[in-house]
Design a protein around this ligand. Structure first.
Ligand SMILES: NC(=O)c1ccc[n+]([C@@H]2O[C@H](COP(=O)([O-])OP(=O)(O)OC[C@H]3O[C@@H](n4cnc5c(N)ncnc54)[C@H](OP(=O)(O)O)[C@@H]3O)[C@@H](O)[C@H]2O)c1
Length: 318
């Protein structure tokens, strides 16, 4: 079983880099997504430094339908490694390092299984490469974790076509690649998505709503919390995008969905895109977004949205 269709994005569940995150509300959002038919849930240890996985684990206790979990490895804050970035979480400074040693991957896997309270991770993904990784060693430990039943498949995130090709040509083909892709950022259409199609690697689009910028109702007045990078969004840029998105409103109305669901549906219908990972911070957002999975967007409308994006928002900094 590999991910496809609409996937629940679990970054906001951890709170880190987001605003107004309330524990009960984000857990409820995940439950509502499952009730609306979402079967795959994405998270990562670094999302809230363990908190995102723990909260997803709590949500899973209240979900009766079969669901599948994808999480990640490679970014650590509790051991040494190649320095990646400094950040703060709940006012506390953290240094995030990249560590892809087999020992670290195994330790991370055990820790994720505990936080998620599951016996196995359905898709285990390299979060960020460190340019020093010996892929054969990395793949070796992943194969062993698979044999032990601790993971079912492994994938990668954020690799460019050249690095992905290094893996593939070494006979270490991942099941999937996660990369940023949306109406705002269509660069992966040039080489990454075609490469994945050619090699049968599932392309999973992340940040399809531009972290909320592509919803049509991003507020120009909103005051983001200090650790939320969206505080750098310029109100005039948000207003401009909102204005441009109103031209999609008649089409959304015709399909009886909201603009975010229309945007997600376009993303889901792009050639070579296997899955779209969209986050929801509230149950209402989760329910709304889930509608995207069943919208029968006709080819003419897909072309209209693509053409609209080419003229207006593609390349807009997200
Ligand atoms: N592999 C990687 O390196 C990587 C990197 C980034 C993301 N990801 C994955 O991809 C997922 C999705 O990307 P993302 O979280 O960056 O952002 P996104 O899905 O583009 O945007 C999600 C945010 O948009 C707002 N939103 C969502 N639905 C809405 C609706 N119906 N109406 C109004 N606002 C809505 C919410 O923020 P507010 O309510 O706060 O406005 C929500 O938290 C992540 O959660 C994570 O699982 C992976």
């Amino acid at each position: 079983m590999l991910p496809e269709g609409l996937i629940f994005g679990g970054w906001p569940m951890g709170g880190w880099h987001w605003s107004n995150v309330d524990e009960k509300t984000v857990i409820r959002a995940a439950i509502v997504a499952a009730e609306a038919g979402i079967t795959w849930f994405d998270t990562a240890p670094v999302y809230g430094f363990g908190m995102g996985e723990e909260r997803l684990g709590r949500a899973l206790k209240s979900i009766d339908s079969p669901v599948y979990i994808m999480t990640k490895f490679g970014l650590r804050w509790d051991t040494d490694g190649v320095p990646f970035f400094e950040t703060t979480f709940n006012g506390q400074k953290r240094t995030v390092v990249r560590n892809l040693s087999p020992e670290s991957i195994r330790n991370e896997c055990e820790a994720s299984l505990k936080r998620l309270k599951v016996d196995s991770i359905d898709l285990y993904q390299l979060h960020w490469n460190d340019d020093r990784t010996i892929f054969v060693d990395m793949a070796g430990v992943l194969v062993r974790l698979k044999e032990e039943g601790k993971i079912r498949e492994w994938g990668v995130c954020n690799l460019n076509t050249g690095t992905l090709h290094l893996l593939v040509s070494a006979g270490l083909k991942p099941a999937s690649l996660q990369f940023q892709y949306s109406l705002l950022n269509r660069k992966p259409e040039k080489s990454l998505i075609p490469y994945c199609r050619k090699h049968n690697i599932r392309f999973l689009a992340y940040s399809p709503l531009g972290r909320g910028l592509l919803t049509g109702n991003a507020s120009t007045q909103r005051i983001f919390e200090p650790e939320d990078d969206r505080k750098y969004w310029k109100p005039e840029k948000v207003a401009d995008i909102n204005r441009k998105l109103t031209s999609l409103a008649p089409m959304a109305k015709q399909y009886d969905i909201s603009i975010p669901a229309l945007v997600l549906s376009w993303t889901l219908n792009q050639p070579g895109v296997s899955g779209v990972i969209a986050a929801a911070r509230t149950p209402a957002q989760a329910a709304e977004n889930a509608k995207a999975a069943s919208v029968p967007l006709v080819p003419d409308d897909l072309s209209r949205i693509s053409e609209w994006a080419g003229r207006t928002v593609s390349g807009f900094p997200s």
